[in-house]
Each structure stands twice: as C-alpha cells, then as structure tokens.
Write a protein that binds this ligand. Structure first.
Ligand code: ATP
Ligand code: MG
Length: 641
C-alpha cells in the first residue's frame, strides 16, 4: 500500500490534472478522448494504479490488461507497481464526489463507494462491508443501492451508440462509474483486546479502500449478534449464506437467552409468520427444539434453583408430537456439523400427546411414537373463565347475566358440578321467572344466554381424566406436551379446548396464589400454531377476554417465565395488543401485502419477504441484533413430515 500510495499522492500534481478524470485514473495521462481502443486500455491500466487498495485483485487486472491491451506499455510503470503490497482485497474506494457525510440523521448520511471493474459483477445489495479509519477503527456498513453513472459525458441513448453496443459483447465498464450506496451500521473498535461497536459517529476518509466483511467476529459485532443463545439459522444476504474464512465458514445467528442484559428473549415472545407451505412448522420445530436442549435452564421464582422449560404446543395439524422422534434424514455428517455448532437435534424423549376427548372425534396418531394421554376439560374450569361458554356474540349485559347464573349454579351444585347439570339448571322455568321478577336477569337476556351456553355439548366432562387432575403430567420441566386438535372438526370445540388450557396455564402462571404451584414454578413456552385462529381481534366479550388474557400473559410473561411462541400465516389477523408484545419476529416467505405490512419489520427486510425461498427468513429482534436475513437449516432437527 505504501509504495503505491506514493504514486497516488504524487500523480495528480505531476500530471497537472490531465484530461477528464485524470486525478483518479492517473494513467489516463495518455489522452482519454482518443480512439476507442486507446481509451479502453489506458483506463484499464488506470484502474491498476488506483488499485493500491485492491492488491489481491490486481494481478488479474494486470493480466487482462496485458492480454487485451497492446498499448499497455504506453502506461509505463503501472504494471509493475501494482503487484506487491499484500493487503486485503477491496471492492473499491470511498468516493466523496457526490458527498461524503455521516449524520445523526440517517436521511442526511451520504456514503458511497466506487466499485472497481473486476468487482462489479460480484457486489450485491445487502452485502456487509468494512471501511477502515486511519487509526484502526472500522466503519461497518451494508450496501443499500448500486448504480451505474457515466464516467465520460457521452450520450448512449443514440442510434449509433445503440448499434455499436448491440454488436458488442457487454459494455466497456470503464466508460461508467459503478457506485455502491452504503448504509453505516456501526463503528467497530477494539478495547482491551475485545472488539466492540458504537453508533456511527465519524466519517471515513475519501478514497479509503472498502472491503467485504469476511471475519466472523467483525460481522457478529457489527450486527450485534450475541455469541451465545438459541440458534435460529445462518446469516445470509439474498438467500446466500455469508461466508468467512473461518471454520465453519457460516455465521450462526443466536437469540439471547440469559439474564445478562434483560430477560431471555424466549420470555419476550416470538412470532413466526409465513405463507402456506413456507416452512413455518419446520422452522418452529427447529427453534423450539433448541429450548429443549440439555442444560438449558432458567431460574425458578423464589427458589434457589434452575429448571428446564416445558413446552406446551397447541397443534392444529397433528405435527408437533413428532418432536418425540428423530429425523431419519439427518446423517452422521450433518449430525457432526450440528454438534460442532452447538445446535441441539434429535427427538425429545419426554414428549407426550395430550389428546382432547371430544364427542364424535377420535384421534388416530399420525406418524409419531409419543405417548398419548386422553383428557377432558371439566366444566369447573368455566367458573374461572366464564367467557369460555360465552360464544362470540354475547354483549356486556348478557355476559353479566351469564356470570350471575354461573355463580348461582355453583352455590347450588358445588364447584365440581358438570356441564350437564348446568344445562338442566338453565332448563328450569321457575328460575327464569324468579330472576326476571326480581329484576336480576331479564327474561330475554336469560334466553339469549341459555341459547349460547347450550351449544357446548360434547366438549366438557367427557369420558377421560380432567386436565385439572393431570397438571403434574401436563407440565413437566424439560418435557413437551402437545395438544393435537386436528381430529376435532369443529372450530368452536377446538377453540374452547385450546383456550381453556391456555387460560389455565396463564392464570396459574400469573396468579399470586396459584392452585397448581407446578405451573407457577416451571418455565413455560406456550406454542400456538395457526395462532390467528385464536388471537384474532374480535368485537365481543369473549374476544376481549381472550385478547386481554394473552396480552396480560405477554406483558407479565417476562418476569414469570412464560414465553408465547406464535406461528401464523395471517399475522394481520392477530390482535394488535398481543402483537405489540412480541419481541422477536421471524418472517418466512409471505405473499400477501397486508400480511407483510402487518409483521412490522424494517423496509429493507420487508421488500425481501415476497421473494424468499423455503428456508430463507428475516429476523427482526431489535433487542437482540440488527435486522438480519438468515437461511434456516435444510433439515428438521426432529421428525417432520
Ligand atoms: N428450510 C427448509 N429446507 C428444506 N425444506 C424445508 C425447509 N422448510 C420447510 N421445508 C419443507 O417444506 C415443507 C413445508 O414445510 P412446513 O410444513 O414447515 O410449512 P408450513 O409453512 O408449516 O406449512 P402449512 O402452511 O401447511 O402449515 C415440508 O415438507 C418441509 O420439510
Ligand atoms: Mg405448518
């Protein structure tokens, strides 16, 4: 660099700023304006001179020049000067021609790099680059735009130009400037031997060589990716994993999972959104599998110990009980790779399918070997959550009447009385009359409530153990409890079962005086596939209660160790208050515009979403890292069919 630097410093003065852009293309002293051939070669050589920065690429350029450029000799020293200095290869240099400014206001930031000819075909929007400062600090940035601009003032929109161009293979790159617009991400600096980042607070010098970031440490620091945590995938740009010289050459993206700096992100909630068949379940299983890794534990409230989390997964397609089984497609080589990278894989032995017993629905386990335990929802659970039988159309007045009726029923028949008893209780004309006469519940209201409440036959108190008797089996540290609902082909029954169980978990988790301390003391990940079916904004008492409960769960979950893990193809349908509590959003391919804008990710990620192939995802987790694009693992870490 130094030897060439001499020439760079020296040339402009020396040549007295020869024709056009002589300053930069020093060698063009040979008169640019001349014949085509001459221009080609001289500019080509010019690149070489400028290449103090590009040493690695230089020999190549030189070779090309030599091969195609009979005039090379006319440039004199260039060919010789260029080869030595063994510095990093670069893509080009920072250009101040159209402004060079780092500003507090990102709108006013102007940072561009001139990209040298041989690098042009390789640069891509999204790539990560480094621009060094003279004192060793580096500006870490991303390419946000690429453009060709004219090098020489010539009109290429003319007949003669077009005809000539059509006869040629490609263009004369030297006739154009190729400029990359860069977005500064962070300044990297070393302190006490450790690489750190800070906000972009200084401007790089013009003509500084710009190189691609290829060092794992620099990239991870630049993007603020935690070194430890839950593995989500490998860093990528445009669907290609970012490669480094290290082994492995890929960069693992992890989600913070300790208390060093706020609460683990699992308890600050995750959303996986993607269109049909985009790989949501595959991705969800791979992430969830990491939470079930040996040794992953979280402190237990008020106790001096740590516990593994329990995953409770509501499973509309009967896919998650396969978490129990190994994926037969994972071969030894892939397994070694996973081990090297600290990625947990293989079936989780302690996976149990809790099968809701619902009249008219029988469960035939599809392709999994997990144990099955049948359960029923006891009507007694409705006392804590009357909205479970409110249906979706009771108004406030009617809901109060329902609560009144339930209270009275409980006093008369006890807390364990059944749904059938409740229906005969409502069937009593004397009761209706009395309530009407005393002005407690108007007759019409009574009838409306009764109509609603009678539609739950076959759901409560079926022939299986009540879930409330099974809490110790259902919630197990380190275990997976899957609740398949595919066999229930009635959406109201499904919603009632799912919401009853979710409410039980949430209520107990958040209660100061829980009936089931087991729930309270076990770190819990509550997974909901097709979450839009349960958490849609609804204009009814029931809808309000559900959303209220989940919002509360999400807000308090942080400190109570309750993480929501929502999977959906219709993120736009998930109620805003719940949505707002989600810290980590993983987005797979989404085609629907409303869905894309609903996930609320930065525009740079948003525009990639419709083009992503299976396995590609973008992750927006502002408390974890800069927004990134990843490629997920091609194999599911447990069975997935
Ligand atoms: N990263 C990936 N690499 C290779 N194959 C994948 C990847 N992700 C998913 N697949 C495969 O694509 C298919 C669909 O994936 P998956 O079931 O996860 O999609 P989904 O979004 O959950 O679909 P649905 O909308 O039906 O629920 C599966 O066969 C899965 O194995
Ligand atoms: Mg799925």
């Amino acid at each position: 660099m130094s030897d060439l630097g001499d020439f760079t410093d020296f040339d402009p003065d020396d040549e007295g700023d020869p024709p056009t852009d002589g300053g930069q293309e020093t060698t063009t002293g040979t008169s640019d304006g001349a014949s085509d051939g001459a221009v080609d070669d001289s500019t080509d050589a010019g690149q070489d001179t400028e290449a103090p920065t590009d040493t690695a690429a230089d020999p190549e350029t030189t070779a090309t020049t030599a091969a195609s450029g009979p005039q090379e000799g006319s440039d004199g020293f260039e060919a010789v000067e260029v080869s030595p200095a063994g510095v990093d290869s670069g893509l080009g240099v920072v250009s101040a021609t159209e402004g060079l400014r780092i500003s507090e206001d990102s709108q006013e930031t102007e940072l561009r790099a001139y990209v040298t000819v041989e690098n042009r075909s390789a640069v891509r929007i999204g790539k990560y680059l480094l621009v060094p400062y003279p004192d060793g600090e580096r500006l870490f940035c991303r390419i946000t735009a690429l453009e060709y601009a004219q090098e020489f003032r010539a009109d290429d929109a003319t007949e003669i130009h077009a005809r000539r161009a059509m006869r040629q293979d490609g263009i004369d790159e030297q006739d154009f400037k190729f400029v990359a617009t860069l977005e500064p991400v962070a300044v990297l600096y070393s302190e006490g031997g450790e690489l750190k980042r800070r906000m972009t607070d200084r401007v790089p010098k013009p003509e500084t060589a710009v190189r691609e970031a290829t060092d794992t440490g620099e990239i991870k620091t630049g993007l603020k990716i935690p070194a430890e945590g839950v593995f989500l995938g490998h860093l990528a740009v445009g669907g290609e994993t970012v490669r480094t010289a290290a082994e492995p050459p890929t960069i693992d993206y992890r989600l913070k999972d300790d208390y060093a700096d706020g609460d683990p992100l699992v308890f600050r909630h995750t959303l996986v959104a993607g269109g049909t068949g985009s790989g949501k379940t595959h991705t969800a299983k791979n992430v969830l599998r990491q939470y079930l890794a040996d040794g992953r534990t979280y402190p237990v409230a008020d106790e001096n110990r740590e516990a593994s989390p329990c995953l409770v997964m509501f499973d509309p397609q009967d896919e998650y009980a396969q978490l129990h089984d190994d994926n037969p497609d994972i071969d030894d080589a892939f397994a070694r790779r996973l081990e090297r990278e600290g990625v947990a894989y293989g079936g989780v032995e302690d996976t149990v399918a809790f099968v809701p017993e619902v009249a008219g629905a029988s469960y035939a386990a599809s392709d999994h070997r997990a144990e099955q335990v049948a359960f029923t929802v006891p009507f007694s659970m409705v006392h804590d959550n009357p909205w479970l039988i409110a249906g979706s159309s009771l108004n406030g007045n009617q809901y109060n009447a329902l609560k009144h009726l339930l209270g009275r029923f409980r006093r008369q028949h006890g807390g364990d009385a059944t749904y059938r008893q409740f229906t005969s209780f409502l069937d009593d004309p004397a009761l209706r009359e009395e309530l009407d006469e005393t002005g407690r519940v108007h007759e019409a209201t009574f009838n409306a409530v009764k109509r609603r409440a009678l539609g739950f036959d076959g759901i409560f108190d079926q022939d299986a153990r009540p879930i409330t008797d099974l809490v110790h089996e259902f919630v197990r540290a380190g275990g997976v409890s899957v609740v398949p609902t595919y066999h229930i082909n009635n959406s109201r029954s499904t919603a009632t079962v799912v919401l009853a169980l979710a409410a039980l978990l949430v209520d107990q988790k958040l209660s100061n005086d829980p009936d089931y301390p087991r729930i309270e003391e076990t770190p819990l990940v509550l997974g909901l596939d097709e979450a839009h079916n349960f958490l849609a904004e609804a204009d009814s008492v029931q809808g309000e209660r559900i959303i209220g409960k989940f919002t509360e769960a999400a807000k308090q979950g942080r400190k109570e160790r309750l993480g929501l893990f929502l999977v959906t193809q219709d993120p736009q349908d998930i109620a805003e208050p719940v949505f707002k509590q989600v810290n980590t959003t993983v987005v797979l391919n989404l085609g629907d515009e409303d869905a894309i804008s609903a996930v609320n990710i930065p525009p740079s990620l948003e525009q990639k979403v419709p083009y992503m192939e299976k396995g590609q995802m973008v992750v927006y987790s502002p408390d974890n890292s800069e927004p990134v694009e990843l490629v997920g693992l091609p194999e599911c870490l447990t069975d997935h069919e």
